[in-house]
Design a binder for this molecule. Sequence first.
Ligand code: SF4
Length: 473
Amino acid sequence: MRRTQPALVAREEIERQRERMREIAQMPGRPRTYCIVTYGCQMNEHDSETLAGMLREMGMEPVERREDADFVLFNTCCIRDNAERRALGNVTWLKELKKERPERMIGVCGCMVQRPGMAERLLRQYPFVDIALGTHNLYRFPELMAQALTTRRRVVEVVQDDEGHIPEDLPVCRQSPTHAYITIMYGCNNFCSYCIVPYVRGRERSRSAEAILQEARALKADGVREIMLLGQNVNSYGNDLQDGMTFPQLLRALDETGIDRIRFMTSHPKDLSDELIEVMAGAKHICHALHLPVQSGSDRVLASMNRRYTRAQYLERVRRLRERIPDIALTTDLIVAYPGETEEDFQQTCSLVREVGYDAAFTFIFSPREGTRAASMDGRIDEATATRRIEELIALQKENTRRRLQAMVGSVHRVLVDGASRRDAQQLAGKDEYGITVNFPGEGSLVGKIVPVRIGSAGESTLRGEICEGEIL
Ligand code: SF4
């Protein structure tokens, strides 16, 4: 059932923020340089691009090293305990930078700040932090910056608003001229037992299809070749829109814009419809790559995780995907040592991984997050068992990846060239249509082009090849 349209942040409010950016740009004592340190997922990376866009409008230049910046901003993640501890540890280290130059400004934002109780903790334990803001009021960053600069006092603002609002038309400073993120929806309604995201990102709210399509067309006109659509569960895009498009309809419309490549993440398996598979199979520009997190291969664990699909249902979706899109590359997320996970449950996960034969997998040891249901569950798994299980799973997946990559030797892949290879400056590197990094010798003038490459050999997670005959786009 469709609910009411999610609320946009009022145009006047966005205009007020733009006004603040212009005012800050005129302030003589403003920071001149900034460094944003980003933790976590693509959603955070894209938020950092928006923050960078706002800082640019405030008249600041980016620098590589935080030591060289007048303003250091940490965009944090709290999905796992060690991500949060790492961010907090690094924030503590900033104290020294502040001592060295007291006028240097320090900011902390993102999911960790949004977590209940964290803003109070920052105020209490981190007196050198000048600005802290959560995820729901990112668009108010210029206002908070202006307050901090004019009052020279600490500014902390965290809005607890489950419904959330959608900000449009904020400036963005993209990291790449050829790749761009487009957020299509915010928040999540699924409440998987182990996950903190619904508590820090609020309920699902979808951007209007019109705004998304306009953004995609503008990016294409700007030379962008590949877009990545972002959302915690893109498959439920549009469920909250009155008479809005569904995700498959949105994909079809985006395909018609003619942008070279379209990717998306993340897809919840329970919402992966036949219609979506058909659109992927028939579209010209949607990459044949899908990240489909399974988390566990045991029905008992899946039920406890509140994932709302069974092993059989998941495998049926994989079967359907492979039937309609035989060359699809499948990747996944896996959690081991979930509370109460028995050896048999774990072996079920291993057998599912063998059966699907994923191209790649992100594997994690369960990390309890305060406030989630799983954090208070009995049956914690000891560290030695957790380590043994994750090592076994990693070895299993490594073998899958090796086999999948080896099977690609001899075939021709279309590679969107990013630049020089990180390992060998004489080589170019880019991603193929399946999201795999391919290295090959070639001229720098090919950066930003889509090049046909015949695969000659496979490494652990990358491919090597040579440019071959075919159209360079
Ligand atoms: S679908 Fe589950 S794992 Fe993904 S963000 Fe939502 S609650 Fe977290």
